[in-house]
Write a protein that binds this ligand. Structure first.
Ligand code: NI
Length: 133
């Protein structure tokens, strides 16, 4: 794709902070970092404007499998969302914790509904949803 150069004016302090974190994130140049920011912004806008686009995504969650009924609840929920779940991967992290990765494709609202339900279960230590179009 053809590239365009454009100039923007940003407060010096903000650029300093931005560049500090670019290094931590291993970005080799500003262009790639700003392209990623714009793409994320556009995806968020697309979801909020078009309402309910078809997206691909991943839910990662870490939970305590000793929590009573939690494993059953997670399995139960996933069976109710087989229309958007492509696959799941389960990793036993240690004596207590499990990591589960759920690959998804489907309408954003449906995927977000599953995410909201999973993350609010008692015993789920953290859950994240990553979306791509
Ligand atoms: Ni496990």
């Amino acid at each position: 794709m053809p590239l365009v150069r454009f100039s923007v004016s940003i407060e010096k302090e903000l650029v300093k902070k931005f560049e500090k974190f670019l290094k931590l994130d291993n970005y080799k140049n500003r262009s790639k970092a700003i392209t990623d920011l714009i793409n994320n912004y556009l995806l968020e806008k697309k979801i909020s404007i078009s309402g309910n686009p078809t997206v691909a995504g991943v839910i990662t969650m870490v939970y305590n499998h000793h929590k009573r009924f939690l494993t059953e609840e997670i399995t139960h929920l996933q069976h109710h969302f087989i229309d958007v779940i492509i696959s799941t991967q389960h990793i036993h992290l240690n004596e207590d914790k499990c990591l589960e990765i759920v690959a998804l494709k489907g309408k954003y609202d449906r995927i977000n509904e599953l995410y909201t339900k999973l993350k609010s279960l008692k015993g789920v230590i953290n859950a994240k949803l990553i979306i791509s179009d």
